[in-house]
Design a binder for this molecule. Structure first.
Ligand code: EPU
Length: 436
């Protein structure tokens, strides 16, 4: 498929699209299937590249994976799982951050794990120090290879007490996927509590795990010796749903997103309303529209759940270029997530980046040298430009900007968007976008 799209913008997006399972849950659910002693089936699985990457890694380890894209049914049979070599798994080096989550399940199953160098969007340093510390506390021995790491568990894995310095999504998942079959009790404090993590906990419970979650971000896991396959329906991708909502707002459009769920998007819906967008929650999705007139500026900061997600920030910023007045966005999850704004400025947006924490809360990046706050002053009409996609969410934001801009923009590198947005070209066509 071509990596370049030419979009003629200035036309409202109108119509209906469907959003299926969440990229940031489905990939973890696929890894969790390695913990079971029989096949698992995941429904509502989207046809995105990250699913392909995890499928490839599972197959390299001898698991049998089948996927029926139209129905979204994905099965993983882990009964024939075997160790893989670093030279084999390295074909997936740099393609995703999911491989690090294979550690616990593979250690339980095979006593060793070989993990390639990680990938994922370049939106900050994104270290895995929490992951490795957690695994070592459980009893894993980590050996650095030139192109990845090898882990072993000579004395098995044993429950731990751990407090995260920051409620990291991936580190919480690492701990869950390791603790469920470790010997004894594990207690995690300051855990991430994103809806995708709650869905993972539900799924692990279906498999036989014993997990209790308290209201203060603490999680207790009682290790079990055996787990079985699951059947589960993935929650909807709330990042994709919000991205289409932001596209409706930025283009003065009206889009019904089948599958969008109010309970996972509360903070986004609040912000959408405050900036002047209208939405209506219906039985099978949410309708997002620009009601006409001017949008309002807003001050917000991204945060861990239940705050405003960092992944909603980039699409929304495009809509904020069309709001009257000065908007402030303080990014507190990743230190370098405003790189995508260069292209918006090139298209006529008025955006200034600051190293300081703008707004009323200081974050852990405040004393560091990262431009992690943005002041957006609008409304500024956007004009067409040639732009290159920097990362997944920034890339989708560039599409939104091109859709909102007068004239024809050329957007290169759009293949990266296939990592997390299912059939986005078909959806653009369904919403009446002019592109080739
Ligand atoms: N962090 C550390 N050390 C660690 C782990 C994380 O310092 O060992 C820091 C990170 O550098 C970052 C912060 O903690 O500054 C939060 O990172 P987190 O671990 O929560 O993120 P993640 O698990 O790597 C997932 C999603 C991201 C999403 C974040 C936050 C997946 C595959 N990725 O990343 O999604 O932004 O949680 O909700 O689930 C995306 O979909 O585009 C995306 C980037």
């Amino acid at each position: 498929m071509s990596d370049t799209i030419r979009i003629t913008g200035g036309k409202p997006l109108t119509g209906e699209i469907t959003v299926r399972g969440a990229k940031n849950f489905v990939s973890k659910a696929m890894v969790a299937s390695l913990l079971g002693d029989g096949p698992s089936i995941l429904h509502n699985t989207p046809d995105i590249r990250d699913v392909g990457v995890v499928t490839g890694l599972l197959e390299l380890h001898g698991a049998k994976v089948t996927y029926d894209a139209p129905s979204g049914a994905l099965t993983v049979d882990p009964t024939t799982v075997a160790s893989a070599e670093i030279c084999d798994v390295s074909v997936h080096a740099g393609s995703s951050r999911i491989p690090i989550l294979f550690c616990g399940p593979l250690l339980h199953r095979l006593g060793e794990a070989v993990i390639p160098d990680l990938g994922g969007c370049r939106i900050g340093e994104r270290p895995v120090d929490f992951h490795l510390e957690i695994l070592q506390k459980f009893g894993a021995v980590v050996e650095e290879l030139g192109d990845g790491i090898r882990l072993s568990a000579p004395n098995g894995l044993h429950g731990i007490k751990y407090r995260l310095n920051y409620p990291s999504v991936g580190a919480t998942e690492q701990l869950l996927l390791t603790a469920v079959r470790a010997e004894g009790m594990t207690r995690l404090e300051n855990a991430a509590v994103e809806p995708e993590i709650k869905d993972l906990i539900d799924l692990l419970q279906k498999m036989g795990a014993v997990i209790s979650v308290e209201t203060d971000r603490s999680v207790t896991i009682e290790g079990v010796t055996q787990m079985h396959g699951y059947e589960h329906i993935s929650l909807t991708d709330r990042i994709e749903a919000a991205s289409w909502a932001a596209a409706a707002l930025a283009t003065r459009g009206d889009v019904f997103v089948h599958g969008a769920q109010q309970r996972t998007m509360a903070m986004f819906l609040n912000v959408f309303r405050k900036v002047g967008g209208e939405f209506e929650v219906r039985e099978h999705g949410i309708n997002f529209r620009h009601p006409g007139g001017e949008l309002r500026s807003i001050a917000l900061q991204t945060d861990v759940h239940p705050g405003f997600m960092t992944d909603w920030q980039q699409p929304l910023v495009v809509a904020l270029t069309q709001a009257k007045g000065l908007s402030i966005v303080h990014e507190t999850v990743y230190e370098q997530r405003f790189g995508f704004t260069d292209a918006l400025v090139k298209m006529g947006a008025n955006i200034q980046l600051y190293r300081e924490c703008l707004g009323d809360t200081a974050c852990r990046f405040g004393q560091l040298n990262f431009k992690h706050s943005a002041a957006i002053s609008g409304p500024t009409p956007l004009h067409a430009a040639d732009i290159d996609v920097p990362d997944l969410r920034g890339g989708f934001s560039h599409l939104i900007a091109a859709l909102a801009a007068e004239g024809t923009s050329t957007v290169t590198g759009v293949g990266i968007i296939d990592r997390g947005y299912e059939n986005f070209r078909d959806k653009l066509a369904a919403l009446g976008a002019s592109f080739e």
